[in-house]
Design a protein around this ligand. Structure first.
Ligand code: AMP
Ligand code: GLY
Length: 420
């Protein structure tokens, strides 16, 4: 099978790492890829949000299966166009991707499916939004409706902050993404991520994870894309995961079928758990990054069979081969991230890191320059390990971190603290 993966972050390195372990994989190309991916697959540069470009490339390379990593090509309809051109694709349609691309849409689906989530209102004018905030009081959460690269959410602890967020969003800070604003009840509890594969009709859970969104130790400082993650998430017990599956995910997927827009791909449900009860915070229509890294570390080569079964609508008779193991990833980021940071610093010591089925350094923002690996992004490396216990995975990951010599980067020393 010839496979094309779209994307070039740590998530796609992890997907590529899992896919090539499966004997079914004859050829793998990743676009755009990165320096780590280039060691295990061919990389190609193209505009992955332009369907015509991707289709032409996939035809020329005799690709059998396209796996779409990030949300942007999904929201642009690349999966629909590839399917129309006859390709087998892993990733939801443009219409189904609304579950991430529009928060108001997701709320509407939850209402119709009777899925537990925060109470809300949605607004297209500032005055009505402010009235709603004054009526409901703080804490309260203000969200830009559309895709805002993870920055469109303000968890306001007082009313003034919430009112200011409304002005900021309607003021055009997020462009079209902020033309509509969702205001939500603040939910207290512990967050965890629940990952399922969907084939339109059927839903198959493939793992749980927790990440560390804040840049600083002790979960302090500004939000990031994620400074580390681990799987499984102890807070998502089997009983709570069952509730999330039966009360939230399955009814929402059934609602998507009812609307004629069945969901196919991975669905990442962000949950808030309080007193054993899960409520939905948000859906993402892709794997989390860095959550994918810990999931792939645990699934290994079977990941390709699972993704293919989702794309071929065969999940009803597909099973996950679970190992009773744990994985943890530590993100190494460029000094300054999530603010501004310099590009081009050299990373040494990677050759001193173990590289096997228990230890992998997944690359995110890296490139190769004159033989040296250099940093090109904010989040740069995902140092990932697996073990019989979370403590074992933790030790292995930090042993690798210690071997890496990158004075221009930093990492959190407390990934997994809550679970350890
Ligand atoms: P979102 O982009 O919707 O996932 O929001 C980003 C983050 O904001 C979430 O991961 C939560 O930590 C927080 N958040 C979002 N909605 C709520 C809510 N209704 N109550 C409490 N925290 C929230
Ligand atoms: N790590 C969070 C995300 O991928 O959205």
């Amino acid at each position: 099978m010839n496979i094309l993966i779209l994307g070039g972050g740590g998530r796609e390195h992890a997907l590529a790492w899992a896919v090539i372990q499966n004997p079914k994989c004859d050829k793998l190309i990743v676009s755009p890829g990165n320096a780590g991916i280039a060691k295990i697959a061919d990389c190609a540069t193209m505009d992955i949000e332009d369907s015509a470009v991707v289709i032409e490339f996939a035809q020329a390379e005799a690709i059998d299966f396209v796996i779409i990593g990030p949300e942007a090509p999904l929201a642009a309809g690349v999966s629909d166009d590839l399917r129309s051109a006859g390709f087998l694709v892993f990733g939801p349609s443009r219409a189904a991707s609304q579950l991430e691309a529009s928060k108001a849409f997701t709320k509407e689906i939850c209402d119709a499916a009777n899925a537990p989530t925060a109470g809300y209102g949605h607004f297209t004018d500032a005055q009505a939004a402010k009235d709603y905030i004054r009526t409901n009081g703080a804490p309260i959460v203000v969200k830009a409706d559309g895709l805002a690269a993870g920055k469109g959410v303000v968890v306001a602890m007082d009313e003034a902050e919430a009112l200011e967020a409304v002005d900021y969003m309607f003021g055009g800070a997020f462009g079209d993404a902020g033309a509509e604003v969702v205001i939500e009840e603040f939910m207290d509890g512990e967050e965890a991520s629940f990952f399922v594969l969907c084939d339109g009709e059927n839903v198959l859970p493939i793992g749980t994870a927790q990440d560390h969104k804040r840049v600083g130790e002790g979960d302090t400082g500004p939000n990031t894309g994620g400074m580390g993650a681990y799987s499984p998430a102890p807070v998502l017990t089997d009983a709570i995961a069952d509730r999330a599956l039966n009360e939230i995910v399955k009814p929402c997927m059934a609602e998507m079928v009812k609307r004629g827009t069945p969901y196919q791909g991975v669905l990442y449900a962000g949950l808030m758990i309080k007193d054993g009860v899960p409520r939905l915070v948000e859906y993402n229509v892709r794997f989390g990054d860095p959550e994918c890294q810990v999931l792939m570390m645990r699934l290994g080569g079977q990941a390709l069979d699972l993704l293919q079964a989702a794309a071929e609508e065969r999940l009803a008779d597909t099973k996950v081969n679970w190992a009773d193991d744990h994985a943890l990833t530590v993100v190494m980021a460029a000094n300054g991230y999530p603010g501004s940071y310099a590009k081009g610093s050299v990373i040494n010591g990677l050759d001193g890191c173990a590289d096997d089925s228990f230890n992998v350094v997944f690359h995110a923002g890296t490139t190769k320059n004159d033989g040296a690996i250099t940093a090109t992004g904010g989040r740069v490396l995902n140092v990932t390990a697996r073990g019989a216990t979370l403590a074992e995975a933790h030790k292995r990951a930090y042993d690798m971190v210690d071997a890496i010599d990158w004075p221009d980067g930093f990492y959190r020393k407390d990934i997994g603290w809550r679970a350890l």
